[in-house]
Design a protein around this ligand. Structure first.
Ligand code: DX5
Ligand code: ZN
Length: 220
């Protein structure tokens, strides 16, 4: 049975009750914390920054998966390591020297992730796929939680899975945006290994049960 990982996105948490929501994830069947950092330049929104991540890290008992939606991410790699990131994901579209950036992330002892926007062709990753620990396929345009899932994502996941297999890489495929119980199974069938879910989890009346459902229907 495949152990698909579930990563609730803290962007959809109640920031006035952040510790409560972090404890909910700690006590749930979720595997990772997904942390969205937005700079208002790479994406048209500003989320939260370093002091908030520092506070999250004090309470979080699971892997911290940081998704940087910022320009010039190289400037902040060592800062995010200090703040507790275990996986650090940069956007392909924000990196001029992606290979160098990946090496810098790994040199800090973190797993290196690359996120791709909906318009970005997976083929662009061919020459670096073996250097990437995780590819985050954006299934919405980055910047906001609560958007609808882009259907073309399934084909993209299949194409990426084929590339990973062809190159003999062990890269994980993460899906980010609009994930619910309606698309989780099909995403895993296409090749997804990690499912990020924000509003679906935190907007539910019973977030613990929602995480458990998502986990159950994506592990088969
Ligand atoms: C979007 C973020 C996502 C977002 C997902 O830019 O990268 O991680 O929080 O939220 P939902 O699951 O609500 O689409
Ligand atoms: Zn994200």
């Amino acid at each position: 049975m495949k152990n698909t990982l579930i990563a609730p996105s803290v962007l959809a948490a109640d920031f006035a009750n952040l510790q409560r929501d972090i404890e909910m994830i700690n006590n749930s069947e979720a595997d990772w914390f997904h942390i969205d950092i937005m700079d208002g330049v790479f994406v048209p929104n500003i989320s939260f920054g370093m002091p908030v991540l520092e506070a999250i890290n004090k309470h979080a008992k699971k892997t911290i998966d940081v998704h940087l939606m910022i320009v010039d991410p190289d400037r902040y790699i060592s800062s995010f390591k200090k703040l507790g990131a275990n996986v650090l994901t940069v956007h392909l579209e924000a990196c001029t020297h992606l290979h160098r950036t990946l090496q810098a992330i790994k040199a800090e002892g973190m797993k290196a992730g690359v996120a791709v926007n909906p318009h970005t062709n997976i083929d662009l990753l061919e020459d670096v796929i073996k250097d990437i620990d995780l590819v985050c396929i954006m299934s919405v345009n980055p910047g906001f939680g609560g958007q609808s899932f882009i259907e073309n994502t399934y084909d993209k996941v299949k194409k990426l899975k084929a590339l990973i297999n062809k190159k003999g890489a062990s890269t994980l495929i993460e899906i980010d945006g609009g994930v619910t119980n309606k698309n989780a199974k099909q995403l895993v069938e296409a090749g997804a290994d990690v499912l990020v879910a924000g509003s679906y989890v935190f907007g539910a009346t019973d977030p613990l049960a929602t995480v458990a459902d998502l986990k159950q229907l994506s592990c088969f």
